[in-house]
Design a protein around this ligand. Sequence first.
Ligand SMILES: C[S@@+](CC[C@H](N)C(=O)[O-])C[C@H]1O[C@@H](n2cnc3c(N)ncnc32)[C@H](O)[C@@H]1O
Length: 281
Amino acid sequence: MKNDKLIDVEIKLLMEGIYQVYGYDFRDYAEASLRRRLTQWLIGSGFATLSLAQSHLLREHALFDTLLRGITVNVTEMFRDPAFFKTIRKQVVSHLKTYPFVKIWHAGCATGEEAYSMAILLLEEGLKGRFRIYATDINEEVIRKAQQGIYPLKDMQIFTKNYQQAGGKASFSDYYTARYGHAILNPTLRENIVFAAHNLAIDADFGEMNLILCRNVMIYFNQPLKERVLELFDNSLTQGGFLCLGTKESLDQRLISDRFEEIHPRSRIYRKRYKKNSGVK
Ligand SMILES: C[S@@+](CC[C@H](N)C(=O)[O-])C[C@H]1O[C@@H](n2cnc3c(N)ncnc32)[C@H](O)[C@@H]1O
């Protein structure tokens, strides 16, 4: 068998093993990026092949954690896809304001930038003291970073641009203090955010959310896992609640799709329909 084909087989076997042992489902990760990431991990690991690494990975959690770090894509930004945040500000916040208290879940929050962006937006929209954000991720290391709220100063340029394009009302620099090459976000932003580890592949739903964001996470999942996670979100949302996906994700052809409507085409912001006879409009 050619070496390339052999590596494909090794990847498939390893991903199946990881799913069976740890419940992390990378079986349908985009092939090329998965292969690239595994190759990088292998170089640093000291193992000659994935087959040689496999029995250790399945038995030694600490070693598996190093692989997990290598294959979960944690890329994110503050106010990523500014047009998305602008739509939230213009078309979703007015609905959120009708509730006395709003619960929001960022599933797959990576290092926290998305959750802090939401906190800034809601504070600017006058929802101070009326919301709580639950920000979760499979990867405990990124959750620790998210809790710190400290980011490289060099990232502030792009974050500032995003913030402005997203309709930010203040000066972005009001939200952080620059120190030794880092930007330390104002600790008050964290007061409304609970960061926690949560694995969408195996953990339970969260109750009574008004808004769920799961952006750029499910693109890495296979079809059954996508359906499981969407069912989880449906169960976690109140009637009339909002579900937000990434620009390359959608509810098209999904089992839950007729329980939701997109607030406008290609916005990737879906509103859960009220049940008939619920007495609410
Ligand atoms: C590309 S980041 C997206 C971050 C942010 N939502 C955004 O759009 O900027 C994807 C995140 O999903 C997380 N993730 C992958 N599989 C997961 C799972 N089964 N449960 C929870 N989080 C998961 C990864 O650890 C990573 O931090």
